[in-house]
Design a protein around this ligand. Structure first.
Ligand code: MG
Length: 408
């Protein structure tokens, strides 16, 4: 072994991921044509599902993800990731003749970024959990690799031809899964050395073992199986059909002080009004509430933390950019916004005549279908500050589905 690399921070600050997607995967071919990592499961490719989980498992750490693809698959790859706008995703690397060569290509593509650790994952395992990603990251030390293992429940026989030669003690066996986690410098060095040997390794931990690296394991999960056969694809579809969708709802309230005026901006629409709203931006109270509702469902701060009112660049700003930003944050997290609902509370102006135009305005700026946008209004029955026309308030909710949905 070479001298140990500098020790890894706890938690590590720069985490790389190599997603290996260069295989041809012909064994699943009665399910659909082409490599299995590009098959669709419930409306999303296997590769996209895998990348989404990897990215969400890396929430809070600085991370870069490189997918290693076959040189014939560039168009398939581009289509698979077109809805993933994460800035963590780097350009794909082109794989080699074997899985081992492909991983080395992925590692080399990340070398310039100087990660502390790397997770190497088979793209055909889309049911990896973010928790497993986190537990692997926390186990990697300098000179020490880690992988998920499943216990063996069946009795295992040693065979030759049709003869059974004996029974292997299953308590000493484990079934290897990915991701496999390593100090980046160590595994890159070992892969380079392995490439000079007249021997092919079927996983990356085998390379670490060959060169005497200390290897530990964490508990794998049965769901994290590799999609290999057509039966595996059917099993994956059944799992998705039976799973409960991860629906999250964010709510929000906003209020702006009013003053005598001639027009007002609500839902991005300028309409005649006896009052105007006072605010740092264009004071579009409805869009502010919708923005905060989306950020709320993401657990991602609020409009003030993303667009500080102290920042002069937002003076008089059109508020559609705040909502569009929140929608983009949702997209980056793999979430789909399925409903935006806002209630405007004011005595004047009358919202009714403009309600449909406001819905269309929100639908257009967000790209949501009109039926997924609701704009409602009520007065405050002349009671309180709203009743006295000292201000206008808005209450909103946003419904987000994480993990995908078809036809939205
Ligand atoms: Mg506001």
């Amino acid at each position: 072994m070479k001298p140990p690399s500098p020790s890894i921070s706890n938690p590590p600050t720069r985490v790389a991921v190599v997603a290996v997607a260069a295989g041809r995967g012909s064994r699943a071919s009665d399910f659909a044509s082409g490599p299995k990592q590009y098959f669709e499961l419930d409306g999303k490719t296997v590769l996209r599902r895998t990348l989404e989980v990897l990215i969400s498992g890396l929430e809070g750490v600085e991370a870069r993800v490189v997918t290693v693809i076959h040189r014939d698959d560039e168009a398939l790859y581009a289509k698979a990731v077109e809805c993933l706008s994460s800035d963590r995703l780097r350009a794909p690397a082109i794989g080699g003749q074997t899985r081992q060569e492909s991983v080395l290509a992925g590692l080399k593509a990340l070398e310039d970024w100087a990660p502390e650790i790397v997770l190497i994952h088979d793209a055909a395992r889309p049911f990896i959990s973010p928790d497993l990603v986190q537990s692997l990251i926390s186990e990697v030390r300098t000179g020490q690799a880690c992988l998920p293992l499943l216990p063996v429940h069946d009795t295992v026989k040693k065979v030759e031809g049709t003869a059974v030669l004996g029974t292997i003690d299953r308590s000493k066996l484990g079934l290897a899964q990915t991701p496999q986690a390593f100090p980046f410098d160590d595994i890159l060095e070992l892969h380079r050395r392995a490439a000079t040997l007249d021997q092919t390794f079927t996983d990356d931990i085998a390379i670490a073992e060959h060169f005497g690296m200390d290897v530990r394991f964490v508990a794998g999960t049965p769901e994290n199986f590799k999609l290999t056969t057509a039966q595996d694809m059917h099993k994956a579809n059944s799992m998705l059909a039976a799973s409960i969708p991860d629906v999250r709802v964010g709510t929000a309230y906003d209020v702006h002080r009013s003053e005598p005026g001639s027009e007002i901006v609500l839902c991005g629409l300028t309409i005649p009004s006896p009052v105007s709203l006072v605010g740092h931006s264009d004071a579009d109270v409805a869009l502010h509430a919708l923005t905060d509702a989306v950020l709320g469902a993401l657990g991602d701060g609020d409009i003030g933390s993303h667009f500080p009112p102290t920042d002069p660049q937002w003076r008089g700003a059109a508020s559609d950019q705040f909502l569009i930003h929140a929608m983009e944050r949702a997209k980056e997290r793999g979430a789909i916004v399925t409903m935006l609902d806002v209630t405007i509370i004011c005595e004047a102006p009358k919202i009714g005549p403009h309600r449909e135009a406001m819905r269309q305005s929100v639908s257009k700026m967000t790209g949501l279908a009109l039926e997924r946008v609701a704009v409602k209004a009520t007065t405050n029955e002349t009671i309180g500050f709203i009743g006295r026309q000292e201000g206008i308030a808005a209450i909103a909710s946003a419904t987000l589905v994480f993990g995908g949905l078809q036809n939205v």
